[in-house]
Design a binder for this molecule. Structure first.
Ligand code: FEO
Ligand code: CA
Ligand code: CA
Ligand code: CA
Length: 601
C-alpha cells in the first residue's frame, strides 16, 4: 500500500499509487484543472486552436508545445501571477495530421519554430470561489509574450562578438535568433528568469562535413549530428546546416536570462556560465551577497557546474543586477568518496554505511568586463566557455549519471542534485561506479545532497552524501536516506526539483522505468521523516512531469509530451489527455478541495 497521510508538515497527504491511467491523478481530497494547453490563445488577436489547420502565424500567438520549466511570480494585486514557461521541443508526429518525418513541409517546420522557445503569461485567481485554487490565463495582458525561433537574443559576456560565434547572418556575433530546447530554469532574487538550452545539438545537421580535426572533435563532444537532423530544419534555413554556417551551434547551449516584467527587453544568453547541455540554473546568494548559479549538464558521464559572480547583488538596482552573470568564475565539480574499499555497483552500502565524501569546485574560467581568463591549460578563456565540456575533461571533473536539476535549498543552502539515470555506468568501455555514482547500469537514478564548506555558496570545497538511490523500494540497491522502505513510494528517474515552504524537497520524474506513469513526489529532508518519499500526483500516458512549483496552497506542474511513445501518432495517439482528442502538453494546477494548505493535517 502507498504511504498514508502521516508525514512531515507539508507532506501529510495519502500518497498516490503507481498507475498507468491516462489522466492526472491527485491524492484524495485534492482537485486539479488544466490552466493552459498547447495552442491556447495568449493575445487578443490569437486565433482559436485548430490542430487540423494550424499555421505558424497562429502558433506565434498561442501557448507553445512541450511546456517544461514553470516559474510563477506573484504580482501585486489579489490573485495575480506571472507564469514563465519553457517550450522545450516539438513532437511533430503528434502535432500534424499525416506527418512524414522524411519530408516535413515548410509550414510544419515554421510551426515547430513558433512552437519552440518560451512563453510569459499572466494568470489570475479572480472570479473563483474562496476555496478554489483554480487559475485562468489573462488573454491580452500587456506582459504576455511569446519567444520563438524568430525572436532576438543578445549574446552577453566574454564570448559575445568572438570569432567562434560570428556567422554569415550575424557577422558581429552578438545577436542570435531564438532559443532551443529550453529545459529547466530558475527565478533570480533580482526578479529575472533563467532558462537552460539543453539538447541543442539535435537541431543541427552535417557535422560530418567538417574536416578540421579540432572542430570535428568539438562537434562530436557535443553530439551534433554527422548527417541530416531529425527535424530536417536545415532544408529550410541553412543556419542549421553546419556545412554552410559552421558556428551557428556555438550560439546555442547557453543559459538565457529574461526580464519578464519588461515586455520590450531583449533576453540575453549569459556566456560566462559556459556552454553545455544546460538543464537549468538556480541561484543562491553567498553570505556576502554574491550570486552563485548551480547548473547540470544532462548527459551520461557529464558534469555539475557552478558560477560565482564577482559582484554583489544590490536590492532594487536593476541595472547593476543585470550585469551579475557576466562577471565571475565558472567551476566544475569533482566528487571524492570517503569509504575504504571498492564501490561494488550493486547498491551495497560502503563500509562506513553511507555513500558520501568531499569535493572541490575546480575553476575553469574567470570572466571580467568582457575578458575571459582561462584556468585550463591549453584552452583560451573563450574556448573554455564555448567548449566547457572539454574544459571539464581537461581538469578531471567527476563524470556523473546525467545531472538534471541542481537547486540550492532556500533556507539551508544545501544543494540537491537529481542524477536521472545512466544505464551505461560500469558497462565495458565506460567509467565504473564510484561513491557519488554508486550503481552499475543505473536505471532509476539518484539524488545527491551537497553542503558547501562554511555553508558559503562561494566555497571551493564541499561535502556531499547521497539522499536517495531511486527505484522500487523492494530492490535492495535502493536507499531512502535510511528511512523504512515499507513506507515510501517507488520513484524512478528524478529530473526537476523544487522546495515547499516547510523545507521539503519535491521531485518530478522523467521516464519512470518501473512500468507506471511519471509523477511528482515530496520528500522530507529534516526530522524523523527524512527520506520518506511520497507520490503527490501522476501524469497521463507517455507524459513527463515538469516544472514543479509548490506554494502552500497550490501545486503546479507542466505535463510535457502526453502520448509520446513508439507508434503514437496524431491519428492514433497513445494519450487523449486532456480533452479526449489529440494530446496537448499543458499547465496543471492542484489544490485542496477544502481550501486548506497543501499537505497539512
Ligand atoms: Fe530536458 Fe534534462 O531534461
Ligand atoms: Ca562513505
Ligand atoms: Ca528536465
Ligand atoms: Ca529529463
Amino acid at each position: 500500500a502507498p504511504p498514508g497521510a502521516a508525514g512531515a508538515p507539508g507532506l501529510r497527504f495519502s500518497a498516490v499509487a503507481p498507475n498507468t491511467t491516462d489522466a492526472v491523478v491527485v491524492p484524495p481530497g485534492y482537485l486539479h484543472e488544466v490552466v493552459l494547453r498547447w495552442g491556447d490563445p495568449l493575445f487578443d488577436d490569437s486565433p482559436e486552436f485548430d490542430p487540423y489547420h494550424q499555421t505558424a502565424e497562429a502558433q506565434e500567438r498561442q501557448f507553445g508545445y512541450n511546456c517544461d520549466y514553470l516559474g510563477l511570480f506573484r504580482r501585486r494585486g489579489n490573485g495575480n501571477f506571472l507564469l514563465v514557461a519553457n517550450h522545450e521541443y516539438t513532437n511533430e508526429e503528434l502535432m500534424f495530421p499525416g506527418y512524414d518525418p522524411e519530408n516535413p513541409t515548410r509550414e510544419q517546420v515554421e510551426i515547430a519554430w513558433a512552437a519552440h522557445s518560451l512563453s510569459v503569461v499572466a494568470l489570475t485567481a479572480e472570479g473563483r470561489g474562496r476555496r478554489s485554487g483554480g487559475l485562468d490565463p489573462v488573454v491580452g495582458h500587456p506582459l504576455n509574450r511569446r519567444f520563438t525561433m524568430r525572436s532576438e537574443f543578445e549574446l552577453s559576456g566574454p564570448v559575445a562578438g568572438d570569432a567562434l560565434v560570428r556567422t554569415p547572418d550575424d557577422p558581429d556575433g552578438r545577436t542570435v535568433l531564438g532559443t532551443l530546447n529550453n529545459c529547466a530554469g530558475g527565478l533570480t532574487p533580482w526578479g529575472t528568469w533563467l532558462t537552460g538550452e539543453e539538447n541543442f545539438n539535435q537541431y543541427f545537421a552535417n557535422a560530418g562535413t567538417v574536416t578540421d580535426p579540432k572542430a570535428a572533435e568539438r562537434l562530436r563532444r557535443y553530439g551534433v549530428n554527422k548527417g541530416p537532423s531529425g527535424r530536417k530544419w536545415e532544408r529550410f534555413d541553412d543556419r542549421f546546416d553546419i556545412s554552410v554556417q559552421p558556428n551557428e551551434p556555438n550560439r546555442f547551449g547557453w543559459v538565457c536570462e529574461i526580464d519578464p516584467f519588461d515586455p520590450e527587453s531583449t533576453p540575453r544568453k549569459r556566456t560566462a556560465l559556459g556552454r553545455f547541455k544546460h538543464e537549468g540554473a538556480t541561484i543562491s546568494l553567498t553570505p556576502d551577497g554574491r550570486a552563485a548559479a548551480y547548473m547540470g549538464d544532462d548527459e551520461r558521464f557529464d558534469y555539475v557546474y557552478k558560477f560565482v559572480s564577482r559582484d554583489r547583488y544590490r536590492e532594487g538596482d536593476h541595472e547593476h543586477n543585470a550585469t551579475l552573470l557576466d562577471n565571475g568564475t565558472l567551476y566544475v565539480a569533482r566528487f571524492t568518496g570517503d569509504s575504504p574499499g571498492e564501490i561494488t555497483g550493486d547498491g551495497k552500502l560502503p563500509a562506513d554505511g553511507e555513500f558520501d565524501g568531499s569535493g572541490e569546485w575546480l575553476p575553469l574560467v574567470t570572466s571580467a568586463d568582457g575578458e575571459a581568463h582561462s584556468h585550463v591549460p591549453g584552452m583560451s578563456g573563450v574556448e573554455a566557455l564555448v567548449f566547457a565540456r572539454q574544459a571539464g575533461d581537461a581538469v578531471g571533473a567527476t563524470k556523473m549519471d546525467r545531472p538534471e536539476d541542481v537547486e540550492p535549498h532556500p533556507d539551508t543552502g544545501r544543494v540537491y542534485m537529481a542524477l536521472t539515470n545512466n544505464t551505461n555506468r560500469g558497462l565495458p568501455g565506460y567509467a565504473g561506479p564510484d561513491e557519488a555514482n554508486p550503481r552499475r547500469a543505473n536505471k532509476h537514478g539518484h539524488v545527491i545532497e551537497l553542503r558547501e564548506s562554511d555553508d558559503d555558496a562561494a566555497s571551493t570545497t564541499f561535502s556531499w552524501r547521497i539522499l536517495l538511490v531511486c527505484g522500487d523500494p523492494k530492490d535492495p540497491s535502493t536507499y531512502f536516506a535510511g528511512y523504512d522502505k515499507d513506507q515510501v513510494s517507488p520513484i524512478s528517474c528524478p529530473d526537476n526539483v523544487t522546495f515547499d515552504k516547510y523545507g521539503n524537497l519535491w521531485i518530478s520524474t522523467d521516464g519512470n522505468q518501473l512500468g507506471s506513469n511519471d509523477g511528482l513526489f515530496g520528500v522530507a529532508l529534516e526530522g524523523p521523516y527524512r527520506g520518506q518519499v511520497k507520490q503527490f500526483l501522476t501524469v497521463p500516458v507517455g507524459a513527463e512531469t515538469c516544472g514543479p512549483w509548490v506554494t502552500d496552497d497550490r501545486v503546479l506542474v507542466h505535463v510535457q509530451h502526453p502520448g509520446e511513445a513508439d507508434g503514437s501518432t496524431f491519428e492514433n495517439p497513445l494519450s487523449h489527455w486532456p480533452d479526449g482528442g489529440v494530446p496537448r502538453p499543458s499547465c496543471v494546477v492542484v489544490w485542496r478541495a477544502d481550501g486548506r494548505k497543501i499537505g497539512t493535517a
